[in-house]
Design a protein around this ligand. Structure first.
Ligand code: UDP
Length: 402
């Protein structure tokens, strides 16, 4: 029976909802939404750790910023000494890297985090670790290889592709870390919760190549990049593969509720996704183009182009065909049910990208490669219109009205 101030999990004392939380990877897309939610909506003390905290709003009450890499000697020791719970978000979470920088991907998702697991176990700190829906592999299969309608945390098999298909390095590294965490929970006293996010999207996601990053970002930023440059949206393999998209605001609400419920959430693996937003990538492209046209009526109509996966990502790429989460467990443990549809989410996302990038992209595409002004009349007209639209979006984002 639980004593006052404590509940029980597998015979271990578990604290009441913690007050001091460390977030590793606080400067990324998810961290930049999660930290304000924890600090402002839940009044928690947060230590925000990231080598780049650029996306995280400055001056948040109760937030201590630590702009360091998690591999800095002594850092994890210090963090697990101070915080009651550690939320670990750090990873190289971008399919374009899985087959091109697999060693860095494995280190970021596995090697660098094993010491964290051990420290949390030794000190009985609650580790809330962000894994990935990628661990389920190409599609939902049960243990006998039969198709399942949805991916269920404690039932669906984890079926990755062959080793030569390096796409799966990330999923394999994440899966192994899940198993290390699970084993520490079963055999070494670690209080843990594993979260498997399913295609969380929202403002501040990723980067735009050539502006604030290089390479290929995730699909949302790829499509926004194409729309802002008036280039075709490239559909890998024709865009028939499916994803279920979850609003980042609803996602961080669920994570906040995990923190409220240590007794029920410790020792659990939880999918967080929105099965009602299961669409093809082609449908996402069309919906995003529609939202973009509504905000940027001067833009030329969107164009779509099928590209071969290996041409786009390089050798060793492979893909998930369909990814629908079961969220029955999250609904039961957290009382959480995501509601936002894609048409509801996309306008804010488009506004965010246009606000942050359109003027800079316009300045770059207004020049011919040699540096002279573009002479293409359609592109010139659109470039000017984009600069004006970006200014309008910035005023809207700042609350200044249209
Ligand atoms: N994709 C696409 N066009 C792009 C970028 C990605 O068709 O410009 C596809 C990609 O092949 C994958 C899906 O969109 O099937 C989702 O890609 P994302 O980068 O979001 O990562 P994933 O969901 O695979 O982890």
């Amino acid at each position: 029976m639980a004593r006052a101030g404590h509940s029980r999990f597998d015979g271990r004392a578990v604290p009441e909802p913690p007050r001091r939380v460390a977030v590793l990877g606080a400067g990324g897309f998810v961290g930049s939404h999660l930290v304000p939610h924890l600090a402002l909506d839940r009044s928690l003390e947060v230590v925000a750790v990231d080598r780049d905290l650029g996306k995280l709003a400055a001056g948040l009450p109760g937030v201590t910023r630590l702009p360091v890499d998690i591999t800095t000697p002594g850092l994890l020791d210090e963090i697990t000494g101070r915080a009651q719970v550690v939320v670990s978000l750090t990873a190289l979470c971008n399919p374009a890297l899985y087959n091109t920088q697999p060693l860095a991907v494995i280190d970021a998702s596995y090697t660098d985090l094993v010491p964290l697991v051990k420290l949390c176990a030794a000190r009985r700190r609650w580790l809330i670790h962000f894994s990935t829906c990628e661990v389920y592999g190409r599609s939902a299969l049960d243990g006998a290889g039969r198709r399942m309608r949805a991916m269920v945390e404690d039932q669906t098999a984890l079926c990755l592709g062959p080793v030569a298909r390096e796409r799966w390095t990330y999923a394999a590294a994440k899966q192994l870390l899940e198993r290390v965490i699970w084993a520490h929970g079963q055999h070494a006293g670690l209080p843990f919760t594993i979260v498997r996010p399913f295609n969380v999207i929202g403002p501040r996601m990723d980067f735009i190549p050539g502006v604030d990053g290089e390479g290929i970002p995730r699909v949302l930023a790829c499509f926004m990049d194409a729309l802002m440059r008036a280039e075709p949206l490239r559909l890998v393999g024709g865009g028939r593969q499916r994803r279920s998209f979850l609003d980042v605001g609803e996602f961080v609400t669920a994570v906040g509720r995990i923190l409220d419920h240590p007794a029920t959430c410790q020792g659990e693996i939880l999918n967080l996704g929105n099965p009602r937003n299961d669409v093809t990538i082609r449908a996402l492209a069309r919906a995003l183009a529609k939202a973009f046209a509504a905000l940027q009526p001067e833009a030329p109509p969107a164009r779509f182009q099928t590209v071969d996966a290996e041409t786009f990502y390089g050798p060793g790429y492979d893909d998930s065909v369909v990814r629908v989460p079961s969220i029955a467990k999250a609904a039961r443990l957290l009382g959480w049910r995501p509601r936002r549809s894609l048409p509801e989410m996309l306008p804010d996302i488009v506004t965010d990208y246009v606000t942050r990038y359109a003027a800079e992209i316009a300045a770059s595409v207004g020049q011919e490669p040699g540096g002279g002004p573009s002479t293409h009349p359609r592109r010139l007209r659109w470039t000017k219109a984009r600069s004006a639209s970006a200014a309008r979006a910035r005023r809207l984002a700042a609350g200044g009205g249209a």
